[in-house]
Design a protein around this ligand. Structure first.
Ligand SMILES: *Cc1c(COP(=O)(O)O)cnc(C)c1O
Length: 382
């Protein structure tokens, strides 16, 4: 083959760290705020509110914990139906099951790979009166058709939960991801556009909702001098050390966005002429370019140019790529759940079968990326 393997692994997406993170973590040590309270938490919440324009934020131990509280705050209870993005990470859906509610999976549209409003409408009719929430994930950092989805939710009186775990920094018609639903979730997991090493956040315009979630996240103590509880609580609060990392990262979000965009554009230019289409969006969106992905034309499969061939070859060169999220309705654990599509063909299944997430790491050099492009090209011309 054409090249030596990479000496250091080229990752799909790994942390990209600056000096400020160390500074804020050191401050926590120096001031002994080594707990789930402290200046880093307060500043992170404030700065995320300022950035997203969403009025109230609650820093939590993970995006999954934030999704769990989002589901609870939406009033979801045992036996309720929750309509969920089908093609996403399982953490979008698991909290529905924590509450013994029933997820129903909604197919994607081709323009953004996100929840199809037409399929959502069909599901809202099928499950009229039983739906307690809609959870929309913004796949790989690309906003969904939010106005259409929001209108359908409003008409049905159902709260919209935005899973913006992958999409912080993205714009929908000039509005920031993380402020697009009634209840919104972001993640600071190690592979996201910015990280706290872990962590997440719940956001809402509704102050009383965030106040209630804050109480539940800190063991649901009533306002009394002794430990008194009228509700079941959780230990979901973010650590002040982790908040220090996320606080430092947030100061570099714009730089990360530019870096991710440059990676996407380099792939798009490099793959010109190949039978692939990069992940896309419509003119009203500015994605955060978290992961660069493509789907391969059907007719190239016969020549052996398949996502799995590319993935395993890149791995031989010590570079990590990854299949598209396997749709939830294809997961063994959700085999009994209903899923809704508009036509004969399931779009999520098609994108899963033909798609691949490419190495999109901010630590990847342009030379490394050029080598990756060359390897992919050599597989088509082989
Ligand atoms: C990463 C991710 C989550 C979970 O976030 P954690 O902080 O890892 O718990 C939820 N939903 C989506 C779509 C994600 O990509």
């Amino acid at each position: 083959m054409i090249k030596e393997k990479f000496e250091n692994k080229v990752w799909l997406a790994s942390p990209y760290i600056h000096e400020e993170e160390r500074k804020y973590v050191k401050e926590a040590f120096d001031t002994n705020w080594m707990s789930t309270v402290g200046a880093n938490i307060n500043e992170l919440e404030k700065n995320i509110c300022d950035y997203t324009g969403c009025g109230n934020a609650l820093a939590l131990s993970s995006g999954t914990a934030a999704l769990h509280l989002a589901v609870k705050m939406a009033g979801v209870e045992q036996g309720d139906i929750v309509l969920c993005t089908d093609m996403t990470f399982s953490a979008t859906v698991n909290p529905v099951v924590y509450e013994k509610a029933v997820p129903v999976f909604i197919d994607s549209e081709r323009e953004t790979w996100n929840m199809d409003p037409k399929a959502l409408e069909k599901a809202l009719i099928k499950y009229k009166g039983k739906v307690k929430a809609v959870i929309v994930a913004e796949l790989y950092g690309t906003p969904a058709k939010n106005d259409e989805i929001e209108n359908l939710c409003k008409q049905s009186g159902v709260p919209l939960i935005e899973d913006a775990a992958e999409s912080l920094g993205a714009l929908y018609k000039g509005r920031k991801a993380g402020a697009l639903g009634d209840i919104n979730v972001i993640s600071f997991n190690g592979n996201k556009i910015i990280t706290g090493t872990s962590g997440g956040m719940l956001l809402s315009k509704d102050k009383s909702l965030i106040d209630h979630a804050r109480k539940l996240s800190t063991q649901a103590r009533d306002d009394a001098p002794w430990y008194q509880h009228s509700e079941i609580g959780y230990n979901y609060r973010m650590s002040n050390l982790i908040a220090g990392v996320a606080r430092g990262q947030l100061e570099h979000l714009e730089e990360h966005l530019a870096g991710k965009k440059a990676i996407w554009e380099r792939y798009a230019a490099g793959f010109e002429g190949l039978p692939v289409q990069m992940n896309s969006w419509e003119e009203w969106a500015e994605p955060n370019y978290w992961l660069s992905c493509f789907i391969i034309d059907e007719n190239a499969f016969a020549a052996g140019f398949t996502p799995e061939k590319i993935r395993t070859t890149l791995l031989e060169y010590n570079a990590e790529s990854r299949p598209i999220w396997k749709p939830m309705h294809m997961q063994p654990v959700f085999a009994d759940c209903d899923y809704i599509q508009t036509g004969e063909e399931n779009i999520c299944e098609d994108i899963f079968r033909r798609g691949l997430c490419l190495p999109s790491d901010l630590n990847m050099t342009a030379e490394q990326q050029d080598t990756i492009i060359e390897i992919v090209k050599s597989l088509y011309n082989a």
